[in-house]
Design a protein. Structure first.
Length: 647
């Protein structure tokens, strides 16, 4: 009996210690990942990854890390690890979900998810090879249980069709880059978060396509959130006796007695199909993307039974024709070394004038002491030698303390050169070449602005743990990269984004002249602007913000006369373009406008406008006063001219 009582008391003590004093029980965290969109993502594109942490023990605080592999032969050569990290706190006996956007391009090695905390940790490996799709993914979002008959299209075509709820849409625009089309039907967007809305908007700007199908619940389409995407303003419903054929097939009968939404076309909307004054099919563009609106309710009879709907939807879901891609900029060690070895650039952060004065003073002191030594008697030689040694030591120590500990030498230099290429509707594609140069051994945190799409290192030397790249993501979608640099070491990166820059350049080609219209609503001043046409450079000077003007320029060399209306023009090739800043010259010719970048067409067959942006917005930065940042941003627009063969 006594033994049984002792055993029961011990059991009660252990039970109380585990449940009342959770600090005595070990933390057990289980990891459950969810890949892509219901297990599907496009290969070669970023995709969302949701990680659910289940804590069966006491509260625990730690760090969740995801390690992927990048650097296939087509991009960087040698595979290297890239880690994603988030600080997380999980309550006792609770679950927590975290969203990541990852971008592996080397699937032969598994993705590793690790949770590390002082109380212990856990990890899990995940094979991504059974989740990827070679084609983009199509998403369908519908609030009701009624779906339009588009499901068979997802199984018959190369693209996968995935049905999602509104809450499952990611908050990072990069997570949607593997999505070609987003179909909205009978769906309210009032619960769409701010970051989800911004993600959809950024995805559209970067080339996504949205299809909005009408519904009898037209009040859902009058809400402010979805109205920001619609190319029309929905006013009500109307029953039409028949609709015209959407396709050229004569065997398909038209739709009869169908309910359609009535609407008014907004600015920028293009009506493709209209019936009895009601817009039926309307399209609009946003950056590189496109939005299509279909007024009939295709999810309910009689429209849902129409045999021509599948052909119409195939037309809407067809891959978009990508515009002429922006010329790629060059960025490598050769270009960086040319910039960093430029005396005008080094003089910015190295006190060359004081160094010259110090060298001259040092040599003068040595010469004076040597001259005094030669003039004095032999008994004074020891004192002169001692004076020379003291002078050399003091000069060396003083120079070391000034140039290494103080003076004008920073801990590092962040150089970014960006070229803005016109896309459409006041949007530009920004290609940034970034160099981080360090004068000390330290860790750097590079902050990336919102809206960036691609980021990758130009060259990564090794896969050592101390050299790995870590991307830290927070709940708001902001990202920063951590990189460790040695003394006098550097790293090169490339960043691409699509952003709004309402600087409009319009050209109208006439017989012998080119009409050019400028409208600068960007809020930035452009300096050293030039126009190259017909093998001649026309200096336009500075274009301040808010400026609007129209000018004419000759299109042929024979039309160039000593006429004041054409302004000052100089006959020169692209390699002859120069600026007052030597660094701009190097970046313009070697990186931003190299031979590979500028040679879209011969100079006689294209019009090229460019200018430097004064005070550009930050796209990548380091929050440290010891890091000096220099940003060179060039706006350019290239227009191929119509030749006799084109007309």
């Amino acid at each position: 009996m006594a033994f049984a009582a002792v055993k029961a008391a011990a059991f009660v003590c252990v039970f109380l210690a585990v449940n009342i004093c959770p600090g005595f029980s070990p933390a057990e965290v289980f990891i459950e990942p969810r890949v892509g969109f219901h297990g599907v993502f496009q290969l070669g594109r970023p995709f969302p990854l949701e990680v659910e942490l289940s804590n069966s023990g006491p509260p625990v605080e730690g760090r969740l890390e995801i390690q992927v592999w990048k650097g296939v032969a087509a991009k960087a050569g040698t595979p290297y690890p890239l880690s994603y990290s988030k600080e997380v706190f999980v309550s006792a006996q609770a679950r927590k979900k975290l969203q990541f956007t990852i971008d592996p391009d080397f699937l032969s090695r598994p993705l590793r998810i690790s949770f590390v905390s002082p109380a212990g940790g856990s990890s899990r490996d995940l094979d991504l090879r059974r989740h990827y799709s070679p084609a983009p993914v199509m998403l369908l979002v519908s609030e009701s249980n009624t779906f339009p008959p588009i499901t068979p299209l997802g199984s018959s075509g190369p693209s996968r069709l995935v049905a999602l709820t509104l809450a499952e849409l990611p908050e990072d625009p990069r997570a949607l880059l593997g999505v070609s089309h987003l179909v909205l039907y009978d769906q309210s967007l009032r619960d769409l978060s701010r970051y989800q809305f911004l993600a959809l908007d950024r995805w559209l700007i970067s080339g996504g396509q949205m299809i909005i199908l009408g519904s009898v619940n037209y009040a859902l389409y009058q809400e402010p959130t979805i109205s920001r995407f619609l190319p029309v303003r929905v006013t009500g419903m109307k029953k039409l006796a028949s609709l015209p054929s959407f396709t050229r097939e004569t065997t398909v009968s038209p739709i009869a007695d169908v309910w359609v939404q009535t609407s008014k076309v907004m600015a920028g909307g293009n009506v493709l199909v209209e019936a009895q004054g009601v817009p039926i099919l309307v399209e609009t563009s946003r950056g590189r993307g496109k939005i299509s609106y279909l007024a009939p309710d295709m999810g309910r009879p009689p429209a849902s039974h129409w045999e021509g709907f599948s052909n119409l939807l195939r037309t809407l879901l067809a891959p978009g024709t990508d515009p002429q891609p922006a010329p790629k900029t060059r960025w490598d060690d050769t270009v960086f070394f040319r910039v960093i070895s430029n005396p005008s650039f080094i003089a910015v952060y190295v006190p060359t004038r004081f160094l010259f004065v110090a060298i001259v003073g040092y040599l003068a002191g040595v010469v004076v002491i040597t001259w005094l030594w030669q003039r004095q008697r032999n008994e004074s030689a020891r004192a002169l030698v001692l004076s020379l040694c003291v002078f050399v030591v003091l000069a060396g120590v003083g120079g070391y303390l000034f140039f290494s500990r103080g003076g004008n030498l920073p801990d590092g230099v962040l150089l970014s050169s960006t070229v803005l290429e016109t896309v459409a509707d006041g949007y530009v594609e920004a290609q940034s070449n970034v160099a981080l140069f360090s004068t000390q051994v330290r860790r750097y945190e590079l902050q990336l602005g919102r809206g960036w799409l691609d980021w990758f290192p130009v060259f990564f030397p090794s896969s050592k743990p101390e050299d790995r790249l870590v991307m830290v993501q927070d709940g708001s979608g902001a990202s920063r990269f951590q990189v460790q640099l040695k003394e006098w070491d550097h790293r090169l990166f490339k960043v691409r984004s699509v952003e709004r820059f309402p600087f409009r350049v319009q050209f109208e080609q006439k017989t012998d002249t080119l009409l050019m219209k400028i409208d600068n609503q960007s809020g930035k001043n452009l300096t050293d602007c030039s126009l190259i046409v017909a093998g001649r450079r026309h200096a336009l000077g500075d274009i301040p913000r808010g400026a609007r003007w129209t000018r004419e320029f000759p299109l042929s060399l024979s039309a160039v006369r000593e006429d004041s209306r054409f302004g000052r023009s100089d006959a020169m090739a692209m390699r002859d373009v120069s600026f007052n800043d030597r660094t701009r010259d190097i970046l313009f010719h070697s990186s931003l406008f190299s031979g590979d970048a500028g040679a879209v067409r011969p100079a006689s067959d294209a019009v090229i406008f460019f200018g430097w942006v004064n005070g550009p917005d930050r796209r990548i930065w380091v929050d440290d006063a010891g890091i000096w940042a220099y940003d060179y941003t060039l706006f350019r627009s290239i227009l191929p001219l119509a030749t006799g063969e084109d007309t």
